[in-house]
Design a binder for this molecule. Structure first.
Ligand code: ATP
Length: 356
């Protein structure tokens, strides 16, 4: 009997609890050999205890085999400097989760914002650097009197090399599944020295990975192309803030935030969570779309499978993905978020039914 893999579960704030409970039901139905410990962290935890990510929770996360997170932060609960509570960012910095993986795969059968009359396959991955860039300035910017404010953007060789290695490895893995094997560096190298440096390191990594084709796009052009011809994209890799913005655009292509899964991956740890936030406007109403969290859990199973030689988890991930696809193809399961009537419970039971 294999030792179970430990999952640290952080439901967090707002709709975090609702989508996590749906996700746990799906995991219990198809993945064995995992044990779960649930911890309190986030804005409500900060309000209650004065800590958003208590030290014992951080150390449990460090010990766990993977971290599954709901959503954190509430607009009206803030640190004294006025910024929002975002322990998910602390986890990224603490565990050096440099690769923010944001798959963009709109599902068939959904009313999507983009006309695609030829039904071309849109299936690309945006990789957002998640430990430096403009976010390195978080909590360190300066406000001078009431006249000006400044933040900084940090790019390091170490941070960029590991990011680009990850991007090329992912493109190679996707190429084995029939994707083009193409990585595009998204930057603003025509304006900023930091971005020219980012691109230089990208080009060095590209030169060491000639089996994969490499290209560049300025971030403004990338936004345009994500809407104009997203079917031509394979793997995009970019700076933290650009990735933050473009991943919401990617979620838009999928129909809404509740459809967009994500993983923040480092060399030793990883956090899996939906792209969306705590959505206080709909929290407690039972209408949150749990699909993004369920698909993030599938990403977690795939990652664990590769690290622990557990092919059963890869198979469970594939079953979850197919079950979500099949459930979403039925008009009665159209999420409230996309203009339908299916609430959290209905979507969850539809996915569970497809898993049977
Ligand atoms: P954050 O800054 O923490 O990323 P945000 O301000 O971008 O959060 P979200 O919480 O992601 O905001 O929500 C943006 C919008 O999308 C809100 O109107 C919210 O109701 C909606 N939304 C987000 N997640 C879901 C979901 N799972 N199901 C339904 N609607 C959602």
């Amino acid at each position: 009997m294999q030792k179970p893999l430990d999952i640290a579960v952080l439901p967090g704030d707002g709709i975090g609890d609702e989508v996590m409970s749906a996700c746990r039901q799906v995991l219990s139905a198809c993945a064995d050999g995992l044990s779960y410990d649930t911890f309190d962290a986030g804005a409500a935890c900060y309000q209650r205890t004065g800590e958003s990510l208590p030290a014992e929770v951080m150390s449990a996360c460090r010990e766990a085999d993977a971290i599954l997170l709901g959503a954190m932060g509430m607009p009206d609960i803030r640190y004294p400097d006025g910024t929002e509570i975002s322990p998910q960012l602390d986890l990224r910095f603490e565990f050096e989760l440099y690769a923010g993986v944001r798959p963009v795969r709109p599902l068939a059968g959904l009313p999507l914002p983009l006309a695609n009359p030829d039904g071309r396959r849109i299936d690309f991955v945006l990789i957002r650097e998640s430990t430096e860039g403009l976010f390195a300035s978080q909590g360190k910017g300066v406000v001078r009197g009431d006249s000006e404010a400044e933040d900084f953007l940090r790019i390091t060789r170490k941070g960029s090399e590991r990011l680009f290695r990850f991007a090329f490895a992912l493109a190679a893995e996707r190429a084995r599944d029939g994707f083009p094997g193409q990585v595009t560096c998204v930057d603003k190298a025509n304006v900023f020295r930091s971005m020219a440096f980012f691109r230089k390191i990208f080009d060095e990594t590209a030169a060491a990975n000639t089996d994969i084709s490499a290209g560049h796009m300025y971030v403004d052009a990338a936004a345009l192309n994500m809407v104009r011809r997203p079917w031509d994209l394979d793997v995009l890799v970019t700076e933290n803030m650009f990735g933050d913005i473009l991943s919401d655009l990617g979620a838009g292509l999928m129909g809404g935030m509740g459809m967009a899964p994500s993983a923040d991956i480092g060399d030793d740890h990883a956090v899996f969570q939906p792209c969306h936030g705590s959505a206080p406007d709909i929290a407690g109403q039972g209408i949150a779309n749990p699909v993004a969290t369920i698909l993030s859990a599938a990403m977690m199973l795939r990652w664990l499978s590769g690290r622990h030689d557990r092919p059963d988890l890869e198979a469970a991930a594939a079953r979850i993905t197919s079950a979500v696809d099949a459930a979403m193809a039925q008009p009665e399961n159209l999420p409230v978020e996309l203009g339908g009537k299916a609430d959290t419970a209905k979507i969850t039971s539809a996915v569970l039914r497809e898993l049977e």
